[in-house]
Design a protein around this ligand. Structure first.
Ligand SMILES: [Zn+2]
Ligand SMILES: [Zn+2]
Length: 527
């Protein structure tokens, strides 16, 4: 007889005399010895007792588990049936046990001072899982299961817990009339009332809804949530490569949707564009929300009074790497804490200067209130552009041109790999673009930057760039879509969304808005 049986025989005798079934008897010593089920363990004790002349058979109705283990196959069938309605890479089975049973079990542990018992829940989970796995054509995943089937052992019904699906990408917003996220009516909170004309929301659509509704339809999910890396005002456009975001779909029935199809469908409208869609893990949401990325803006400024070009240029130059402090602006005072923030203006560049208006392009720290930097917000932002110029200015329109965010390299690599693994139907074929690029679909009346100019990020724009090139020359070049002096030729993708041959090396260090060819080239360097 094995040692562990001998050592525990007295306790086992006591338990067996209660009439416990083999499962329950064995489970009381569940963490002793491996390589056998509780059922077998229980039988070994009973055999040992029988050898020493004590016949203590299990009673017909186990006083502890109430013969719940007889139903394991039925539970497994129900669980498998449920799991099989959902598309996932893995699954896990859990269960809910009658609280009365759990209570009885703990009482026995305490009464007999058991050192290494296993809980009935753990055993049931394992046994149901073992019986179900043959009916579910997927591996079990304990850490991050995509689907958890929870079997209620009292009624044999199953509830499914489906992990949300996360899709990251970048969006551009061409409309000054739609918000980033769905904006529920503040009167009825989405139910629909007279104020919102029964729609339950204040804006017809949003960057979130355009892509989210399509993703919901493709995944059969329940609801979508939008996590942007910051947001712009409704009346601001988001241009260039776009703003990183993560779209979350709750309870997706299908996970392996074709992201290319999603991107194409979402890009059919003219209000917003989407690019670089890829699957991410939940962690990306926090990473995106916590990212503090520098941003490049373009603003059209109106002046109350008259200015001359030299003064505007001088003011622009004075903000090279300038620190400013901003007290919470009046316009957001009601929803933000009133405090003073310190921000840096990296550079400012002026052009299209007339007597009473000009354009500014500027790069700032994350979280800078640009409109207030220009206006001064009645002294709440110091120093301000108005102050430097000596004339009151205000921003008429604002566009975000670039958000300088780069995923940590390890993550890019892992995600490229994961996305390739996940999508066997989408091999990274040579010469075939697997992504679509939305800047081709910009509305024809697009103002501001042109195709391919969005990679332009002058590091030292003051001095020569503005002063030495005559404005007429610059504006003619701009009008004709030609390169300005000191400006690198932007990358233009061809019809298939492919980058020109030299693009990958020019593009080192950047990671978004790439065609498939660039992507696979990138993953090669990272190795
Ligand atoms: Zn039992
Ligand atoms: Zn309403």
């Amino acid at each position: 007889m094995e040692d562990w049986i001998l050592q525990n025989l007295d306790t086992a005798r006591e338990l067996a005399s209660m009439g416990l079934c083999d499962h329950c008897l064995g489970r009381m010593f569940g963490k002793i010895g491996t390589g056998m089920t509780n059922d077998q363990r229980g039988r070994m004790f009973r055999d040992a007792l029988e050898t020493s002349g004590e016949d203590l058979p299990a009673s017909e109705f186990c006083p502890l588990c109430e013969n719940v283990f007889d139903l394991v196959d039925r539970f497994a069938e129900a669980a498998a049936e449920s799991v099989n309605t959902v598309d996932s890479d893995n699954f896990l089975i859990g269960c809910r046990v009658e609280p009365e049973v759990v209570k009885r079990e703990t009482e026995i542990w305490e009464e007999l001072g058991l050192k290494e018992p296993e809980s009935i829940k753990t055993e049931l989970n394992r046994e149901i899982g073992k019986a179900a796995i043959h009916m579910i054509n997927r591996p079990v995943e304990f850490k991050k299961p995509q689907v958890v089937a929870c079997v209620d052992t009292r009624f044999a019904d199953v509830t499914l817990d489906i992990a949300p699906l996360f899709i990251a990408g970048r969006y551009t917003k061409y409309s000054r009339e739609i918000p980033q996220t769905k904006w529920p009516c503040r009167m009825c909170h989405g139910k629909g009332c007279d104020y919102c004309h029964g729609k339950g929301k204040l804006y017809e659509t949003s960057v979130q809804e355009i892509i989210g509704d399509i993703a919901l339809e493709m995944t059969g999910g329940e609801e979508h949530f939008f996590h942007g890396m910051g947001r712009e005002d409704i009346d601001a456009r988001m241009l260039g490569d776009g703003r990183p975001f993560v779209l979350e779909i709750s309870k997706p029935m299908v996970r392996r949707i074709d992201l290319q199809e999603l991107e194409e469908r979402a890009n059919q409208g003219e209000l917003a564009g989407y690019n670089s869609l890829h699957f991410v893990e939940r962690e990306a949401v926090e990473r995106y929300k916590g990212a503090a990325s520098d941003k490049v803006y373009r603003v059209h400024v109106l002046v109350e009074g008259k200015v001359n070009k030299e003064a505007v240029v001088r003011a622009s130059i004075s903000f090279k790497d300038a620190d400013i402090h901003q007290r919470t602006p009046r316009r957001v005072e009601h929803r933000r804490a009133d405090l003073v923030r310190h921000r840096r203006i990296h550079w400012v560049k002026a052009d299209s200067i007339t007597e009473d208006s000009f354009d500014l392009e500027l790069e700032t720290d994350s979280g800078t209130y640009v409109k207030e930097f220009v206006s001064g917000d009645e002294g709440r932002t110091e120093p301000s552009f108005s102050e430097a110029l000596g004339v009151q200015c205000r921003v008429e329109t604002l566009d975000v041109l670039a958000i300088n965010y780069h995923e940590p390299r390890g993550i890019i690599h892992a995600e490229i790999k994961r996305n390739q693994d996940k999508d066997p139907q989408r091999p990274q074929e040579e010469g075939k673009g697997t992504r679509t690029f939305t800047h081709h679909q910009r509305p024809p009346d697009f103002r501001g930057r042109r195709e391919g100019q969005h990679h332009h990020r002058p590091q030292h724009p003051q001095g020569n760039a503005v002063l030495q090139i005559p404005r007429t020359h610059r504006s003619r070049r701009r009008r004709e879509g030609k390169r300005l002096r000191g400006q690198r030729q932007g990358r233009q993708q061809d019809e298939d969304g492919r980058c020109p041959p030299r693009a990958p090396c020019q593009d080192q260090g950047r990671q978004l808005r790439r065609c498939a060819e660039c992507l696979s080239a990138t993953s090669r360097w990272l190795r």
